[in-house]
Design a protein around this ligand. Structure first.
Ligand code: AP5
Ligand code: MG
Length: 192
């Protein structure tokens, strides 16, 4: 399997680029944000519990998201690989993912790190908030909180995979197509 983590702060373009990457490379897209929003829409107990964290810009507890990812891995035994978007977001999640993949005789092949400065991120999310209907987009204070949580809890995930020499940093500023070309370049270098 070829497994990619698309990494980066809230608003860096992970969702936007994931769509194009899974089409091109035939991977299964696993976005914990999308999975949690789906649960919320269905008003499941998990969805309702998660909503309290999402609305404050905080992370949902590790056990909840790790459980969702574990089920999703089991549901797709025949895939060429997975594209993880918005997961792992803590070192504990990264370690759990590494273990789950090892059980399937697989591993993370590549971590693509989209770098975008904070002012651009807030600008993008304020803009998205006008149409997305996402409760965590509506308020600039919540967006700032999400950026802070990212720096404190999620950035160490890059260090974790950096030690394993799996991280490639990509300039996340530019047109969507330019950024896609940068990502594709590194994927193809790795696939060969
Ligand atoms: P999640 O849904 O994962 O949100 P996020 O990481 O905060 O990231 P976003 O979806 O906001 O941004 P993105 O990088 O996908 O950018 P996008 O492509 O949309 O998580 C939401 C919440 O769920 C978390 O806060 C947490 O509570 C919970 N959660 C989720 N996963 C969790 C986990 N693993 N553990 C614990 N809790 C978890 O782009 C952003 C905007 O910019 C769009 O409007 C887009 O059109 C625009 N844009 C994209 N590319 C460009 C470009 N090149 N130039 C200009 N604009 C662009
Ligand atoms: Mg997203």
């Amino acid at each position: 399997m070829f497994n990619i983590i698309l990494f980066g702060p809230p608003g860096s373009g992970k969702g936007t680029q994931s769509q194009k990457l899974v089409d091109k490379y035939g991977l299964v897209h696993l976005s914990t944000g999308d999975l949690l929003r789906k649960e919320r829409k269905l008003k499941t107990p998990l969805g309702l519990e998660a909503q309290q964290f999402i609305d404050k810009g905080q992370l949902v507890p590790d056990e909840v998201v790790i459980g969702m990812i574990s089920s999703a891995l089991d549901e797709n035994p025949e895939t060429r690989g997975f594209l993880f978007d918005g997961f792992p977001r803590t070192v504990a999640q990264a370690e759990a993912l590494d273990r789950l993949l090892a059980l399937k005789k697989s591993e993370i092949s590549l971590v693509l790190f989209l770098e975008v400065d904070e002012e651009e991120l807030i600008k993008r999310l304020v803009h998205r908030g006008k149409t997305s209907g996402r409760t965590d987009d509506a308020d600039e204070n919540i967006q700032r909180k999400r950026q802070e949580v990212y720096k404190n809890e999620t950035l160490p995930v890059a260090t974790h995979y950096g030690k394993l020499k799996k991280v490639v940093t990509i300039d996340g500023i530019g047109t969507i197509d330019d950024i896609f070309a940068r990502l594709a370049f590194h994927i193809e270098k790795k696939i060969k």
